[in-house]
Design a protein around this ligand. Structure first.
Ligand code: ADP
Length: 508
């Protein structure tokens, strides 16, 4: 009997999940597990790559068992992952040289000064400004600080990659012949790939002093022969085609069926990421958007995108939970925020990784403004949800300036879109309707679509477009005056977060 399902592994910033989809893109089974956020010093954010592998094994086994399936029931699997995060490991043992440095990590802030004179070249070649966000400075930091790593890299004793590369290498055999590859979307976030040539740029490898030998081969995002087969001894227990692999925001763009120029989606997870499809056009941004590869499916030409990346949105909710302890779980924030009619004039700018789009200021620091003795944790919870929405408004305004378009409705997805108050607040702050599809797990769905298309499980993009269905739609209810006043208050709070004199907290 032909395999009836497609699996998708979504290795995110906060959790790893495995989902199984049926031929109409409906979820059949899911298992999800969080992993530790390791915060050894202010500005440092790490993950344990071995823990990520353990979670991967557990969620695959769990999701298959829950639906009484085996790996043999899957026609293919698609992978998708948190981007920019760097892992370096020894290929003979599979042991990481150190913890993964996560995309939110700011330890390389001091290295940015040396990049400033190269800003124009970096933006022109990679679509990305100098920032702690991208992989290049993180890998450079590892090569400079991890004992023996640089020499090992030159001797073939150290391989580097983003999380996709780490997973594929392990799933396809690890020390026993694992494939060392990455796809164009993940590579486009390293700041080492030339966006036009779709290959490592020798000048940039020189600039960041990264040996090419430790980097993976760059391939398109999907295709039956690109990412190999899973090993039968591995977590799927069978040889299954890895049909596709692409960065989480790129997969979500496919899951939200944004296949035409001008179509956009906004994903609400650890951070928020607005991606606008620009088809074959590489649009240079003048408003702080990133130029990036949206996806490259099979043998087709690459599709490009503009992206508005916000570092801290759902992560601010985690901060309320883990650092302040004012909620027990992330979903609790909705009830707490709804217990007050508004934020009472409190603004929270969660610039924990500096501010990304549209500001690109690694030196910005978090601010809570407008406090009085009257305020409670409920106001802070409400201000946290509003911060997610104000940051999105900043990005939507900038994106529209750049691309000369008007988004009449915002397509939302991601873990935090389960929060109805957040979605209503977004419609109010943006002054546009917000719509959430039936499958809000669009990241996993997009990876599944890309993998299924690669093996002929689905025919073409037109077929998967038909499976997209709206679930809920929120209309703005605030009047223009309230929207205007609230947004002005936000802009004043951002100005404080950017003020070096008052908010300077130096990192180690
Ligand atoms: P990622 O893929 O980046 O790990 P997810 O899409 O799984 O993210 O979303 C998880 C994020 O969403 C976490 O940062 C969490 O704090 C936040 N989140 C989850 N549920 C809610 C909720 N109901 N309201 C607000 N934020 C939420």
């Amino acid at each position: 009997m032909p395999a009836r399902y497609i699996g998708a592994l979504d290795q995110g910033t906060t959790s790893t999940r495995f989902l199984v989809f049926d031929p109409e893109g409906r979820e059949v089974s899911r298992r999800q597990l969080e992993h530790r956020q390791i915060l050894p010093a202010p500005g440092f954010v790490e993950h344990d790559p071995v823990e990520i592998l353990t979670r991967t094994r557990e969620v695959i086994g769990g999701a298959l068992a829950a639906a009484d399936l085996t790996g043999g029931d899957l026609a293919a699997v698609g992978l998708t992952n948190q981007r920019e995060t760097v892992v370096v490991w020894d290929p003979s043992t599979g042991r990481p040289w150190c913890n993964a440095i996560v995309w939110q990590d700011m330890r390389t802030e001091r290295m940015l000064g040396a990049l400033a004179p190269h800003r124009a070249r970096l933006v022109e070649r990679t679509g990305l400004p100098p920032s702690t966000y991208f992989s290049a400075t993180k890998l450079q930091w590892m090569l400079e600080h991890v004992d023996g790593l640089r020499a090992a890299a030159h001797r073939g004793r150290a391989l580097a990659g983003t999380i996709d590369t780490w997973l594929i290498w392990n799933l396809t055999g690890g020390p026993d012949g694992g494939l060392h590859v990455t796809d164009v979307t993940n590579a486009s976030r390293t700041q080492l790939m030339d966006l036009r040539a779709l290959d490592w740029d020798p000048d940039l490898l020189d600039l960041f002093d990264v040996p090419r030998a430790m980097l993976p081969v760059i391939v398109p995002s999907s295709g039956p022969g690109r990412f190999g087969l899973t090993r039968s001894r591995g977590p799927l227990g069978a040889e299954v085609v890895i049909g596709a692999s692409l960065g989480d925001q790129h997969a979500a763009t496919i899951g939200q069926v944004c296949f035409e120029a001008g179509e956009a989606k906004n994903t609400y997870g650890t951070g928020n990421f607005l991606v606008l499809n620009t088809a074959s056009r590489l649009v240079a941004s003048s408003s702080g958007m990133l130029t990036t590869v949206a996806y490259q499916l099979g043998g087709a030409a690459p599709v490009y995108a503009l992206e508005g990346a916000i570092a801290v949105t759902g992560a601010a909710v985690q901060w309320l939970r883990d650092q302040l302890g004012i909620i027990q779980s992330a979903p609790d924030v909705e009830l707490l925020a709804a217990s007050v009619p508004d934020s009472g004039g409190v603004y929270f700018v969660p610039a924990f990784s500096g501010l990304f789009a549209p500001y690109w200021r690694s030196d910005a620091r978090g601010v809570i403004a407008g406090l009085s003795r009257f305020h409670t944790r409920a106001h802070l919870a409400r201000a946290t949800l509003e911060a997610i929405c104000f940051q999105t408004r900043d990005v939507v305004d900038a994106m529209e300036r750049d691309a000369g378009i008007h988004l009449s409705v915002l397509k939302a997805d991601g873990g935090a879109t389960a929060n109805d108050l957040l979605m209503q607040t977004q419609a109010d702050i943006l002054g546009r309707p917000v719509v959430r599809p039936v499958v809000a797990e669009t990241t996993a769905l997009g990876a599944a679509y890309a993998a299924g298309l690669a093996v002929g499980f689905w025919r073409d993009l037109g077929e998967v477009r038909r499976y997209w269905r709206p679930d809920c739609r929120w209309e703005p209810v605030w009047n223009e005056a309230r929207r205007h006043e609230a947004y002005e208050g936000w802009q004043r709070a951002v100005a404080r977060s950017l003020d070096r004199k008052t908010n300077r907290v130096d990192l180690l």
